[in-house]
Design a protein around this ligand. Structure first.
Ligand code: FES
Ligand code: MG
Length: 571
């Protein structure tokens, strides 16, 4: 191991080295700063991020591994984002969490970092931070919770909340029963157990090569998570000597593998915006078109809610991500390396499917072509996403009159109005929900259906929105429309009654209004009035600098990597 980065703080006998060392000597051995690797444990544990609150226990196992390998572990609490609590949406602070973590990693005397995340935005933010600093880094995903059951039936986090609340609206479930199911939903520590964003990003992080192979998806209460955390602590020390950094691991080839994995697991659309943002931090040329080209024809093999039946605990018992990757091995890029220094594909032959109901063999996929499709058209010149596996077959190609809502408040005020002119063929259009307009691009695109249509048995409609949707949601939802209405996108020009046409096979989303007429229209005044106009603080900085969903919704000045160079002394 050559000269360590941390020796720029601790090396030598001058006054500044004295200051850096002296305050850190709080019971650690005398040789702790004699050239020993300093390993940060970036920890997103927080009581207000319940999915991550157990990470403090995980951090203890990482510490043991770091000590054992001759390093000094240093716990670094970082900004944590709790998906269920934060208003207006956790996504508003993904970039802030990434920026704050990046800055603390760079400014502190550390040589490598173990990243502890779980809940939706936490792993993406940590990966964005690590990519920007480019110090040796490895992720320990906090893991999903165990499956809870209500009246003998398993409950999927998120997905079943949407399902049960629709049943209440349709009048087939009482409000009392609905509330009673609450205590059964969250059975243990850990993140959501459906194939939502947290599960997706943990598995995608492993497919990217940033997790010890086989660890992602291990349930939070499982002892093997602590074993994996211990091993990862050791690895974090090894990474320094090997000079293995995020830029070594996160190549175009590893993004290729992540997109294949995302499709095969039937993962969340949110992963697209996160992958684009991580790539943007490294200068890797990844586009929306890559997502469609690499992923859209990949079969979905994992039968998990919301697209299928099972939950994360089942996936782990059935063989986990490695067994899934084995089935799509021919589609993976064999050159991509993991944090271990070995190719992702190495050892895949040893992975086995233990339950072919949960992980389907390639010969009998859940959906033959199931990845995320990228649509374009005069409604989304920059692109929009749709998840064909979550869409209803009869709506894959559809034309219908738009029913337009200028804000989420407008939507809630009118959607259940018995006089609303809406049928099962209508296309629900919601605008003002993009990164800039809301702000933060909330998960509102999977709009609840009108009560009167639910009562008629309608369970899906085409919906179009510039926001995101929860990875736990389902339906024929065209989302991440770019540019968003608030950034001058044509979504702002659509009027109720215009015919919207969707053709997923042809990758089109259009409004059937002639170009010259569209060009003459002004953005709807009510929509413009509803756009966010924050006066100060993070929200102001965010709205002024956020990029659109088609490039990852990062801030414009956070693109590119600034590395880990140590700048001036503090005294
Ligand atoms: Fe944290 Fe779902 S709320 S992962
Ligand atoms: Mg979410």
């Amino acid at each position: 191991m050559g000269e360590l980065r941390s020796s720029q703080w601790y090396g030598g006998g001058d006054r500044n080295a004295y200051i850096h060392r002296a305050w850190m000597r709080r019971g650690v051995p005398d040789d702790a700063f004699d050239g020993r690797p300093q390993v940060a444990i970036a920890n997103t544990a927080s009581d207000l991020t319940p999915c991550n609150s157990h990470l403090t226990e995980v951090a203890r196992s990482v510490r043991d591994g770091v000590f054992e390998a001759g390093g000094l572990p240093l716990e670094l609490p970082v900004v944590s984002l709790g998906e269920t609590q934060l208003r207006p949406t956790a996504m508003l602070w993904r970039n802030m969490a990434a920026m704050a973590t990046e800055e603390m990693l760079r400014a502190n005397p550390i040589d490598s970092v173990v990243l502890l995340g779980g809940c939706d935005k936490t792993i993406p933010a940590l990966l964005m931070a690590a990519a920007s600093v480019d110090l040796p880094a490895v992720v320990v995903p906090g893991g999903p919770m165990l499956t809870g059951t209500f009246r003998g039936v398993p409950l999927g986090c998120g997905t079943d909340v949407w399902r049960l609340s629709e049943e209440v609206r349709a009048g087939t479930l009482s409000r009392e029963e609905f509330v009673r199911s609450e205590s059964a939903m969250i059975r243990s520590r850990g993140h959501c157990n459906t194939m939502g964003t947290a599960s997706t990003m943990a598995l995608v992080a492993e497919a990217l090569g940033m997790v010890v192979p086989g660890l992602a998806g291990t349930p939070a209460p499982d002892s093997r998570l602590l074993t994996g955390a211990h091993d990862t602590g050791r690895l974090a020390v090894e990474l320094i000597g090997a000079g293995r950094r995020p830029s070594t691991v996160l190549t175009k080839a590893s993004f290729h593998n992540a997109i294949v994995a995302l499709a095969a697991i039937g993962g969340s659309t949110n992963a697209v915006v996160h992958l684009l943002a991580i790539a943007g931090r490294l200068g890797v040329d990844l586009t929306l078109d890559d997502v469609d080209r690499i992923g859209s024809r990949v079969p979905v093999l994992v039968d998990l809610l919301p697209a299928g039946r099972f939950l994360m605990d089942d996936l782990h018992r059935a063989g986990g991500l490695r067994a899934v990757l084995r089935e799509v091995r021919d589609l993976l890029d064999p050159t991509a390396l993991t944090v271990t220094g070995k190719p992702l594909v190495e050892g895949l032959d040893d992975a086995e499917i233990w339950d072919p109901e949960v992980i389907r063999p390639r010969s009998a996929p859940l959906v033959a072509e199931g990845g995320i499709a990228v649509l374009r058209g005069n409604l989304a010149p920059g692109g929009a996403l749709v998840k064909p596996a979550a869409a209803s077959p009869h709506l894959l190609r559809h034309r219908g009159p738009a029913v337009v809502f200028d804000s989420i408040e407008d939507f809630h005020a009118r959607i259940d109005d018995p006089d609303l002119d809406v049928t099962a063929d209508s296309v629900l259009v919601l605008r003002g929900c993009g990164p800039r307009g809301y702000p933060g691009m909330p998960e509102v695109s999977n709009m609840p259906l009108p009560k009167k249509l639910l009562a008629q048995g309608v369970r899906d409609m085409v919906r179009v929105c510039d926001g995101r949707m929860s990875g736990t949601a389902y339906g024929t939802v065209v989302l991440h429309v770019a540019p968003e209405a608030a950034a001058g996108g044509p979504l702002a020009l659509v009027r109720t009654g215009d015919v919207v046409s969707l053709d997923i096979e042809a990758r089109r989303i259009d409004v059937e209004v002639p170009d010259d007429e569209l060009a003459r229209r002004e953005p709807a005044a009510a929509a413009v009035a509803a756009y966010a106009r924050p006066a100060r603080g993070w929200q102001r900085l965010y709205v002024d600098h956020v990029l659109q969903a088609d490039t990852g919704a990062d801030l414009d000045f956070l693109l590119g990597s600034s590395g880990s160079d140590v700048s001036r002394e503090s005294h």
